[in-house]
Design a binder for this molecule. Structure first.
Ligand code: PEP
Length: 238
């Protein structure tokens, strides 16, 4: 069994100074290839050079990507460019992109394909809102979000189950809710698909989340900005 994955999503936080202070702490801890850091575009090259210089196995990822390969798309960043600066993975379809930037599952599916074309691993995010959960349609929503990837071999991407009501709220899903949804996603795709949980994972609940059946890792937002807390989470990965 591969080690559980821990991906840190810095979102639109950080600075050169913060990269220079946090990354060395992660390097000192000797983290392996099961850990990834997704910093904002401008900091990818710096983070990569620090990881490479230390010959670290920690992976580098981006938080989004353009669905197109090349061309007159001002402001966009292609998957090929991300590969060029040393990224190994891309978070696609994050709930914040869906909520604040109107990203649809169809767009996300094109981004997944563009990511694969560049030889990178897409980490495709799915999850329901609180209203959808209360209406009893959480599984239908997840099924719809997964449906757009029909035809893409399930071994080529990972899924992050991130209920939007748990992302950045401090209220993580319960172990029972996580277990149920991970089982559903694996049943829908393939039992071997890597499914990560994301949503208010912190140092003090990481062990409980990572112990849930069917959890192959975690996608961590806010808690990834503190080296101490992120390391606590990484150390719980089995
Ligand atoms: C995320 O950004 O994917 C996330 C899960 O955020 P947080 O850990 O802050 O809830």
């Amino acid at each position: 069994m591969p080690k559980q994955t821990v991906i840190g999503n810095w979102k639109m936080h950080g600075s050169i100074g913060q990269i220079r202070s946090v990354v060395p702490e992660l390097l000192r801890a000797g983290l392996g290839a099961n850990v990834a850091l997704c910093v904002a575009y401008p900091y990818l090259a710096l983070a990569k050079s620090m990881l490479s210089e230390a010959e670290s196995a920690i992976q580098l990822g981006a938080q989004d990507v353009c669905e197109y390969h090349i061309g007159a798309y001002t402001g966009e960043v292609s998957a090929g460019m991300l590969a060029d600066v040393g990224c190994e993975m891309v978070i696609v379809g994050h709930s914040e992109r869906r909520r604040y930037f109107g990203e649809t599952s169809e767009t996300a599916a094109r981004k997944v394909r563009a990511t694969l074309d560049a030889g990178l691993l897409p980490v495709y995010c799915v999850g329901e809102t609180l209203k959808q959960r209360d209406e009893g349609i959480a599984r239908d929503i997840i099924a719809e979000e997964l449906q757009v990837l029909a035809g893409v071999p399930t071994s080529l991407y990972a899924v992050a189950y991130e209920p939007s009501w748990a992302v950045g709220t401090g209220i993580a899903a319960t172990p029972e809710q996580i277990a149920e949804m991970h089982a559903f996603i694996k049943k829908t795709l393939d039992v071997r698909t890597r499914v990560l949980y994301g949503g208010s994972v912190k140092g003090d609940n990481a062990a409980q989340v990572l112990a849930v059946d069917g959890v192959d890792g975690v996608l961590v937002g806010g808690a990834a900005l503190s080296a101490t807390e992120f390391l606590e989470i990484c150390h719980e990965a089995a």
